[in-house]
Design a protein around this ligand. Structure first.
Ligand SMILES: NC(=O)c1ccc[n+]([C@@H]2O[C@H](COP(=O)([O-])OP(=O)(O)OC[C@H]3O[C@@H](n4cnc5c(N)ncnc54)[C@H](OP(=O)(O)O)[C@@H]3O)[C@@H](O)[C@H]2O)c1
Length: 325
């Protein structure tokens, strides 16, 4: 099986490594500026393993690297997995890549309400489009304050009982799930990822803004009154997504209660093998444009549907002020 992984950042490296471990021939599609660096290969720390938690790296190499759509067309792939952040989907490159991918399965991982539409507008067809949701955590290690790693690398963790779900045309969806599972990446079939993915994202984005406003700690956000604001924003976002996608999965509303979320983080923390808030700060600073884009999207959709957006607007305004400072 030949797999093209688009983007060799935190997520792309993890999927690439596990596709390869499952026997796939992996090629990365990267911007020209990253080619030489990616070709040197990666040190990785799979934190589900004790040795990696103690700082022992594993090497990931033996893949190919391309930078142009014509190289993609010439090689031919079975699966093309796109791991870039949502805002990066906008741009002429996506249509070029989809055209070059030919008959390959396009595996989309972006959870935004408009993201699927961007794929279709770029020429992807439903019969070849598989949608997944990323349920892993990966980051450039070490995070500030982490001392356990011998050298820089990509640390990542699969939360237990949380395989990444994939939906789409059955045969293509099953081939994606099977290829990843063969390589040890927890993945499962799902009836409708786009519908389900919208809700966790709707809950998460307002809380992330609250966290950023609170100096990237849960307690800071509580003290500044931002976690409660995040909860109100999450409830507004859920209603906005509900208007588009229908009933949310069981338990969604509960997470939009700031006290429940705070308790959940408190209880989960001892089981998470990385400094959670530092990771959130690093990751969501890196993809800060994406958070802003999601927030603005909820506000625009809420206003268009006549739904309340006051908390989301307050979060957006305070975020703009904080980022400008
Ligand atoms: N990391 C996690 O733990 C995690 C967990 C859940 C979900 N996610 C989501 O997954 C997405 C990717 O996250 P990430 O952490 O992997 O980000 P990342 O480390 O920034 O990786 C994305 C990579 O894609 C590259 N890219 C962007 N446009 C491209 C294009 N047209 N062609 C080729 N490469 C392109 C980026 O290059 P530039 O740097 O030049 O833009 C970057 O190297 C985000 O939406 C994120 O929120 C991540």
């Amino acid at each position: 099986m030949k797999v093209l992984v688009v983007g060799a950042g935190s997520v792309g490296q993890v999927f690439g490594r596990h596709y390869q471990a499952g026997g796939a021939e992996v090629t990365f599609f990267v911007r020209e500026k990253y080619k030489a660096e990616v070709e040197r290969g990666f040190d990785m720390y799979p934190l589900n393993r004790r040795r990696a938690r103690r700082g022992e790296a594993v090497r990931f190499e033996g893949f190919d690297v391309v930078t142009r759509a014509d190289e993609v067309a010439a090689r031919g792939f079975d699966q093309v997995m796109i791991t870039v952040a949502s805002p990066a989907l906008r741009g002429p490159w996506l249509a070029e890549l989809v055209a070059a991918a030919g008959d390959a399965t396009i595996v989309a991982l972006q959870p935004g309400l408009d993201d699927r539409g961007l794929y279709l507008a770029a020429g992807a067809v439903e019969e070849r489009l598989v949608q997944g949701l990323i349920s892993l955590i990966s980051y450039h290690a070490p995070l500030p304050g982490e001392t356990r790693f011998a050298r820089p690398g990509m640390a990542y963790w699969f939360p237990p009982m949380g395989p990444s779900p994939f939906s789409g045309p059955a045969a293509r969806r099953d081939a994606v799930v099977a290829a990843l599972r063969r390589g040890g990446l927890p993945a499962k079939k799902h009836p409708d990822v786009p519908r389900t993915a919208g809700f966790p994202t709707a809950v998460m984005m307002p809380y992330l803004v609250a966290l950023e406003l609170g100096g990237w700690t849960v307690e800071g956000a509580v003290r500044a009154g931002k976690l409660a604001l995040g909860g109100r924003g999450a409830r507004e976002a859920i209603d906005i997504v509900r208007a588009r996608l229908g009933k949310p999965p069981f338990g969604t509303g509960l997470l939009a209660r700031a006290r429940v979320l705070r308790a959940g983080v408190f209880l989960a923390r001892p089981f998470i093998p990385l400094p959670l808030e530092v990771y959130l700060q690093e990751h969501f600073t890196k993809v800060g444009d994406q958070t802003r884009e999601f927030l603005d999207g909820y506000i625009a959709k809420g206003k268009a549907a006549g739904l309340p957006t006051a908390a989301l607007e307050q979060l957006a305004a305070e975020l703009a002020t904080a980022r400008a400072a």
